[in-house]
Design a protein. Sequence first.
Length: 220
Amino acid sequence: MIRAQVRATPELPRMSTIHLLLVDDHPVLRAGLANVLNCEPDFSVIAEADDGPGAIAAWRQHQPDIMLLDLSMPGMDGIETLEKLRAEFPKARVLILTSSEAPEDVRHALDAGADGYVTKNVRRAELVAAIRRVVAGERTIGETAARQMAASEENGQISRRELEVLSLVRQGFTNGEIGRLLDISERTAKAHVAALLVKLQAADRAEAVARGFERGLLKV
C-alpha cells in the first residue's frame, strides 16, 4: 500500500499592527482621518486627542507606535506638545500632519524632534507611506513641504530667533525694546531686523511683516 504524504501548509507571517494616535482640534477631520487609516489592514487608530495635554496623556495611557500631530492647536501648540512629549518619551515616533506649508514651520518641527512632516492636502498613498517610513525609523518630508523648503533656500532660512524678532516687529517694538525683551543688545536686535529685511526681500519693517504673513511665518 502506498501512503500519500501530507505536507503541512506553511503559516504565513502575521502582519504586525501599527497603532496610531491622532491629535487635532477638529473632530470631523479626526473622524475622517481615522476612517481612512483604519482601512489599511495593518493600521489601527487606538486613541485621539484634541489638544497638547490630551495628546501626552493619551500617549502615556496607550503607548502607540506613532502620533499624527497637528501644529495649530489652542493653548499648547504642536511644537510645544512635541517638545514635552520628547522630554518624557525620547523614542516616541511623531509625524506632523498640518495645514501649514511654511518652510520655517517644517524646520522648527524637525528641530523639535519630529520624525516627519506632511501637509493635510497629502494624497492617501503618500500619507500611508510616510507613516510606515516613520514607524520604520526613517525621517520623511511630504512633497508639498519639501518643495516649499527648496524654494525658501534661495531666499535664506529664517531662524527661530529671527522669527521671535519679526513677531515683536509686528507688535511695533523698537530695536531697543526688542533687545530688552529678548535679553540681547540693541545692536544685535538691529542686526536681526536687517537680516530679516534681506531674507524677506522687504524694503522696510512694515513690508517685512507683510511678507511674514504671506510666507506663513506670522499668524493672524
